[in-house]
Design a protein around this ligand. Structure first.
Ligand code: SF4
Length: 296
């Protein structure tokens, strides 16, 4: 079988790096998963975290690389603190999280390791993993890479960060972000189908699209919500996040938090679209509630 880490084209950067030969591309990551943290996490949307927490595996690196990244300490390449894991050790970790009572397995930013991570899910399911598996990603994902997860992933949690190519170029060096993200979310919805909730109030299947409100980004956010509500409506869940916190190195508008007024206005706008499957983060929780525990 072709080794997808050689001549790597796993994400839209299409670096062509031979990661099997020790080279790296834009994501700066090797050809085997590097995991920064494995733990029960209580800071996701209530339909994911529930009371027991989400069994979260944080992978290092990212192929999008937003300049304001809220997880910057583990997303900007190897930290030196990561643990190299293969499909067997990852599968064991998922089973251990299940044994600890996790509501689901939540794989955070795994796309640049997709072939190995897909194998690990298959292995874990064959070894008794019963809880839903969620993939939490930037939305800057190729359909061909997402297809590696077809039949293995129950829940996708992509971002849809931008509508404007000017913003996505400026903040993420990805002028094609919106087009790529639209195709990616179509594929995710195709794989999972509409939202399925369990009697425990937790999501079992479906797509949760997250949108982080950026300072000065009110109109772009409205375009994103227009697109998501008109294309999918309540077939998907929309999570509107107001947690934006300026990170070291941010300049210009990105040094500020979005205003409370713009966050409340977007919340009202989403409600006016008839979106019932929605979670809107409280403005006062900015800066901590949904930022991973290890960064707060
Ligand atoms: S996964 Fe990494 S190496 Fe591969 S194309 Fe994307 S950024 Fe480049």
């Amino acid at each position: 079988m072709e080794n997808l880490f050689a001549n790597c084209n796993l994400c839209p950067r299409r670096c062509g790096a031979d990661r099997t030969g020790g080279r790296t591309g834009f994501c700066k990551m090797p050809d085997h998963p590097v995991v920064n943290l494995i733990r029960l996490h209580y800071g996701e949307e209530p339909i994911i975290s529930g009371k027991n927490g989400s069994g979260t595996v944080f992978f290092e690196g990212c192929s999008l690389g937003c300049i304001y990244c809220q997880n910057y300490s583990i997303s900007r390449g190897p930290t030196g603190r990561g643990i190299e894991m293969d499909k067997d050790s990852l599968a064991d970790a998922y089973l251990e999280l299940q044994a600890q009572g996790a509501n689901n397995i939540n794989l955070v930013t795994p796309m640049h390791f997709a072939p190995a991570v897909a194998d690990s899910i298959g292995k874990a399911k064959a070894s008794g993993l019963k809880i839903p598996v969620a993939v939490n990603c930037s939305g800057y994902d190729l359909v061909q890479t997402l297809k590696l997860f077809d039949g293995l992933v129950d829940i996708y949690m992509p971002d849809m960060k931008y509508f404007s190519s000017k913003l996505s170029a400026e903040y993420s060096k990805a002028p094609d972000y919106f087009t790529v993200c639209c195709s990616a979310i179509d594929e995710m919805v195709r794989q999972t189908g509409d939202i399925v909730m369990g009697p425990d109030g937790l999501i079992k299947k479906g797509v949760i699209v997250r949108h982080l409100i950026l300072p000065g980004g009110l109109f772009d956010s409205k375009h994103v919500l227009d697109y998501l509500t008109s294309r999918y409506g309540n077939r998907i869940y929309i999570s509107l996040m107001s947690q934006y916190t300026p990170m070291p190195g941010c300049t210009g508008k990105l040094k500020e938090r979005p205003s409370q007024r713009s966050c409340e206005s977007l919340s009202d706008y989403l409600a006016s679209k008839g979106q019932i499957n929605a979670f809107v983060q409280e403005y006062d929780s900015c800066g901590n509630e949904m930022i991973p525990d290890f960064l707060t």
